[in-house]
Design a binder for this molecule. Structure first.
Ligand code: GRF
Length: 285
């Protein structure tokens, strides 16, 4: 019943209920308080009364819903909701959305992302998380002046060890661009619907543990597939499993090696990842 709202707001069914309760209670408090306050405002003209009342409830409403949202555990949702309305009305300035890129290797996708968002009006790449001391992506981040955090396996797998760093940089969205470690549940929970991965094959085929790098392309060729491609998907607790956001295909040519197929697939990644990321971030934050 609430599935559209769940999708739109990226919350679960219980949260939809709590959000709707907040709207209702906040609205009632606003109406009640508005009328009480109007008793003390000496206005004779009916039209003027209505105008002042509308202004008053418009000011009271955000306060009332924020107040109610707190005990109902929906404060963050409403803070963000009211901020968005403020931006639309031109009352508040847009703050850039901070994106963290996670990468383990050469970083050609990360580079495309850094380039794409370099002068973006709404999104800023604020952090690169990397698990390898000498990964090529580190030099690329340096060129773009992007702060880097090298992470350590034991701590990362604990789950929330690196959350303070992400929070300190106010990271709101995460892109996995060739990041080989599995995301721990605590991170996924901290960023629900806000972590996106790119996989160099058409999921659900050729995904999961062990399907990375050349292994993916070798399997595609070995199975005699006529086409391969890319999948951009949300990240959940299972490898290469979250909801698909976008796929693009390319042919597998006779005589293809893992290397030639990888080059064709990588081209697709470079063409699409940043744009799909942009769309996904802007609709989900
Ligand atoms: C890409 O093929 C990506 O799909 C996969 O890892 C590779 C990373 O390549 N997840 P690069 O480091 O971005 O060049």
């Amino acid at each position: 019943m609430f599935s559209n709202l769940q999708k739109k707001w990226h919350v679960n069914a219980a949260q939809v209920l709590l959000i709707l309760c907040t709207f209702t209670l906040g609205g009632s408090i606003t109406g009640y308080a508005g009328r009480k306050i109007m008793y003390f405002i000496p206005i004779n003209s009916g039209v003027l009364w209505v105008i002042v009342y509308i202004i008053l409830v418009s000011l009271l409403w955000p306060l009332a819903v924020l107040l109610v949202s707190y005990p109902l555990g929906q404060y963050n949702f409403f803070k963000h909701y009211i901020y968005k309305i403020g931006v639309r009305l031109g009352i508040m300035k847009t703050k850039k959305i901070n994106l963290a890129v996670f990468a383990s290797g050469g970083g050609s996708n990360a580079e495309k992302i850094f380039e794409y968002f370099k002068n973006h009006s709404r999104i800023k790449v604020s952090l690169l998380i990397c698990n390898k001391q000498h990964a090529g992506v580190l030099a690329i981040a340096k060129q773009f002046n992007i702060p880097v955090q090298i992470i350590e396996r034991g701590l990362f797998l604990q789950g929330d060890a690196y959350l303070p760093i992400l929070k300190e940089k106010n990271i709101q969205f995460i892109a996995l661009a060739g990041f080989l470690w599995k995301m721990p549940p605590a991170l996924i929970k901290a960023y629900p619907g806000k972590i996106v991965n790119i996989h160099p094959a058409l999921l659900p085929k050729y995904g999961g543990k062990g399907f990375y790098g050349h292994h993916v392309h070798e399997a595609v060729i070995a199975h005699g597939e006529a086409e391969s491609g890319i999948t951009i998907h949300y990240v959940d607790e299972v490898y290469d499993h979250g909801e698909t956001i976008f796929q693009a295909t390319c042919p597998v040519m006779p005589g293809d090696t893992a290397q030639t197929l990888a080059t064709r697939v990588l081209e697709l990644e470079h063409t699409h990842f940043s744009q799909i990321l942009e769309k996904t971030i802007l609709t989900n934050t």
